[in-house]
Design a protein around this ligand. Structure first.
Ligand SMILES: *Cc1c(COP(=O)(O)O)cnc(C)c1O
Length: 449
């Protein structure tokens, strides 16, 4: 597969270059030259395959000729010891994407990217040094994704005292090949330090530096997998059991989930809580590949740049506003450039409806869904749930649960009472965070790399 920059169709590169490079030299984002289609036999059996089999079929054409089949299979087995269950909640479906080690959907992209980097760099004598600045959530997913992966060391910079205790443990509690630096400053200071490090000639001579940010195409492609798998199941009316890891209390007086009957079968609509729009772009890839998907709802909080664009055709990036669904506080979504490179406004508008949801509506929804169904939504999933209330959709429809509600207990518990904590998060809370504090200063950062 050839990859191109969104800003220049003349310089194709291979998957390895696109993945390890992250951003194209001209500042654009890498996109695949064509979006491959599932063979008919694969499309027909998406609903009966195991998650890892769907992953193999989905990712294979994007890495063909570079990752041998056996390598890709092993990589997928290592990346995904967990599933993406599609369960019933009332008369709609939830696609739960929070059963990985950091309890958020970013595990799907980060874990594949980490293992792909490691294999692509095999045989190199210097380790690949990943530098990442985080305001909280991304750092945990990247640290967790790369933890214990051979040939790679990671340094995460986070603003000291400005991340939650859980986030700090997910970033600084792993040890091994993951180091944490608590910067005396803001997230912007952390980002400026990372930029300064990449521009530092002496440092670049000494270390092989790379980033792992969310625009990396190696994070995007594996996110198409859960759409294909869930669309396949929905087309056959097959649901996963409402398992133990699903955030419900064991209250037998509450209505139990249905069998999925009555929701109909056929092409599914996905409602995607969106910020940088990587997740939704991956959904569009799955749809273009031929997964039985009817369309998408792009659910945003008040940062409604994309819903406004879908309405008017006029794209206006703007400063972000803080909300309780803070992983979606993005006013200039970086993946918009990728969507616009693949599809026209008309094509996007035909397949996506944009809906924006306020913080008050989000809180109401968390309380109401818990009262009615005993199901805990996190603030991001709740934005998705409420967006669906505002959009009339026919046929099966699923909201993407992008994070486990226990990650946002401070917002959720006042509305619902105690949220059950999944084992992955309980384990993380028991770790001791070990971070070195540094001033927001490039000399201090260089001393610590
Ligand atoms: C990152 C994130 C989102 C937004 O995903 P995008 O791909 O940036 O649109 C939504 N919910 C949660 C919990 C996230 O961490």
């Amino acid at each position: 597969m050839r990859y191109y920059s969104t800003r220049n169709r003349n310089n194709p590169v291979d998957f390895a270059t696109a993945a390890l490079g992250g951003l194209a030299p001209d500042g654009g984002l890498y996109i695949p030259g064509t979006i491959p289609e599932f063979p008919a036999a694969v499309r027909a059996s998406l609903g009966s395959m195991d998650y890892r089999e769907v992953a193999l079929e989905t990712i294979r054409p994007y890495v063909a000729g570079e990752l041998p089949q056996a390598v890709l299979e092993e990589l997928i087995q290592g990346a995904y010891p967990f599933n993406a269950p599609l369960i019933a909640v009332g008369d709609r479906l939830m696609l739960e994407l929070f059963h990985g080690p950091t309890a958020a959907f970013k595990d799907f992209g980060a874990r594949f990217m980490a293992r792909a980097f490691s294999w692509l760099r095999r045989g190199e004598d210097k380790p690949l040094h990943i530098l990442v600045a985080t305001s909280g959530d991304t750092g945990g997913a990247v640290a967790g994704g790369f933890f214990g992966v051979p040939g790679i060391v990671v340094t995460v910079l986070y603003p000291r005292g400005r991340v939650s205790p859980l986030q700090e443990r997910q970033i600084a509690g792993l040890g091994g090949n993951i180091s944490a630096l608590a910067v005396e400053g803001s997230f912007d200071d952390c980002q400026a330090l990372v930029k300064a490090a990449f521009a530092d000639v002496e440092l670049r001579r000494r270390l092989v530096l790379s980033s792992a940010n969310s625009i990396n195409v190696a994070r995007l492609i594996p996110q198409a997998v859960y759409y294909a798998a869930a669309a396949g199941k929905a087309a056959r009316g097959r649901l996963d059991p409402d398992g133990e890891a699903t955030p419900r209390p064991g209250n037998e007086t509450l209505p139990r989930p249905g069998s999925g009957e009555g929701r109909g079968t056929g092409a599914i609509t996905f409602c995607v809580p969106s910020g940088n729009f990587g997740n939704l772009t991956a959904g569009l890839y799955a749809m273009s590949m031929g997964a039985p998907i009817q369309g998408f709802i792009a659910a945003t909080n008040v940062n409604r740049t994309v819903p406004d664009y879908l309405e008017s055709g006029d794209y206006q990036a703007r400063p972000s506003q803080a909300t309780i669904s803070n992983a979606m506080d993005v006013g200039a979504p970086s993946n918009f450039e990728r969507m616009a490179a693949h599809w026209s406004w008309d094509e996007l508008r035909r397949n996506i409806r944009g809906v924006s949801v306020s913080d008050d509506e989000t809180r109401e929804t968390i309380a109401e869904v818990h009262r009615q169904y005993g199901y805990f939504l996190d603030p991001h999933g709740a934005v998705g749930w409420r967006a669906l209330d505002k959009a009339a959709v026919h046929g099966p429809v699923a909201v993407l649960g992008t994070a486990h509600p226990a990650k946002f207990a401070g917002t959720v518990e006042p509305l619902t009472g105690p949220v059950p904590v999944p084992p992955a998060l309980a384990g993380a809370m028991e770790r001791e965070p070990v971070a070195k504090t540094i001033p927001a200063d490039i000399a201090a950062l260089k001393e610590n790399l």
